[in-house]
Design a protein around this ligand. Structure first.
Ligand code: DSN
Length: 416
């Protein structure tokens, strides 16, 4: 191996990736976003060289006086933004946030009710992921396919039947707010904790334009910090007023030493900057994001795409979901669009049965507008994106050059 050639090649690939995704593609993956120039500046520091096991002001290593203050102030910003009394920033992802909560407040052999993967659940909500690691048996929320949401009455029956320890709301395919308020009392009267995975919608919650789970009765809210919340890649856990100190301590004690030792300190100032930006511009950002998702859905529908939940106004989040079975399936369409620099992902659709045959080519695609909204796109741009998708998928035209030309005008990050 020629090491010099290899490292030079890695440099080139990185540069090519940066130009491609930041300047030439329409980035429509619903779980991604971009940080601001100020956040990028804060992300490169000595903090990425240091260890800080433990909690602020109670560390196992020396040399952390400034880090303690940075972490405590970042906690304050996040608490303030989400009106929460308890927060822990140490988890490195949404999955690890879920793991720490499960470990902290359940015992092996307990039951959990969460969304199935086709109905929007994240893999960590199920036995295919973290539930298996901590010994939870998962039961899927009954789903109302007409309402595109959790069925409240049937869930009450399931709670009575299964006595879950956790009722876990929130999802990865997430068009409408979940019925937290409607189910919280029943859950609590059966000694279940109400948990909400806010990963996809955290930025919309910060902007006050999606349900506020902690206000609606969630005891605990887990999340990642890099989707509609445009912070660094990482995780976070909030404790609601209804969560006891003992349970919170158990969650904190599960984070370290079970799932995280060092918590990648360079994330903290970036998280603080994102929280600051959302405190200033969060409602405008959330408004524009939801408006853009609706406009994109309406336009795709007009072009003849089978866009989910038409009778419900398509969406109340950053996501738009299409059934593209008639266009060859999710994988075929996502790959075709990638060739045209339109980046999104294939997805199972609510109610779709997972089989060996469709495992790799489910019926749907999921589109998220939060990153392009951050890059200052509005309704007219959403209409243009719909047209580009139609030209590529239906008319089978090559629109790559058109996409590159279009994206050139939207490389600046806004809402900061
Ligand atoms: N896999 C991510 C998503 O795209 O929803 C969540 O972790």
């Amino acid at each position: 191996m020629d090491e010099t050639k290899t490292i030079n090649k890695i440099n080139e690939l990185l540069e090519e990736h940066n130009v491609w995704r930041k300047k030439e593609c329409l980035n429509l993956i619903a779980s991604e976003n971009v940080t601001s120039p100020e956040a990028d500046r804060l992300s490169v520091s000595d903090l990425s060289h240091r260890y800080a096991e433990g909690k602020p002001f109670h560390r196992h290593y020396q040399g952390l006086g400034f880090v303690d203050e940075i972490e405590a102030l970042t906690q304050d910003l996040m608490k303030n933004l989400f009106r929460a009394k308890k927060v822990d920033l140490r988890v490195l992802s949404g999955t690890l946030a879920n793991a720490a909560v499960f470990k902290g407040i359940t015992n092996r052999g307990d039951n959990i009710i969460s969304s199935s993967i086709p109905n929007g659940g994240h893999v960590s909500h199920t036995q295919h992921g973290i539930c298996d690691v901590v010994g939870l048996t998962d039961y899927a929320f009954p789903f109302d396919y007409d309402e595109m949401n959790i069925d409240v009455d049937k869930t009450i029956k399931l709670i009575e039947e299964k006595n879950p320890k956790i009722l876990l709301f929130g999802a990865s395919l997430f068009l409408f707010p979940h019925p937290v308020e409607e189910l919280a009392d029943t859950a609590k009267s059966h000694d279940a904790y109400v948990m909400y995975d806010a990963a996809h919608v955290l930025g919309l919650i910060a902007g006050g334009r999606f349900q506020d789970p902690l206000k609606e009765g969630a005891d605990v809210m887990s999340s990642s910090t890099h989707k509609t919340f445009f912070g660094p890649q990482g995780g976070i856990i909030f404790g609601g007023d209804s969560l006891g100190d003992e349970e919170w301590k158990n969650i904190e004690n599960a984070i370290f030493p079970y799932f995280v030792c060092n918590h990648h300190l360079h994330r903290l100032p970036v998280l603080a900057q994102a929280a600051y930006e959302l405190s200033q511009y969060g409602s405008d950002y959330a408004d524009q994001t939801i408006k853009n998702a609706k406009t994109l859905a309406e336009e795709l529908h007009t072009f003849g795409f089978d866009c989910l939940a038409e009778h419900k106004g398509f969406t109340q989040s950053h996501q738009v979901v299409l059934n593209v079975e008639k266009n060859g399936g999710g994988k075929t369409v996502a790959e075709l669009l990638e060739k045209n620099n339109i980046i999104l992902n294939k997805n199972f659709l609510p109610g779709e049965k997972i089989t060996k045959e469709n495992m790799n080519n489910p019926a749907g695609i999921r589109i998220g507008v939060q990153e392009m909204t951050r890059c200052k796109m509005k309704a007219d741009e959403m209409k243009h994106i719909a047209e580009l998708i139609k030209k590529a998928v239906v008319d089978k035209k090559d629109v790559k050059a058109e996409v590159v030309e279009f994206r050139k005008n939207y490389t600046e990050v806004g809402f900061c």
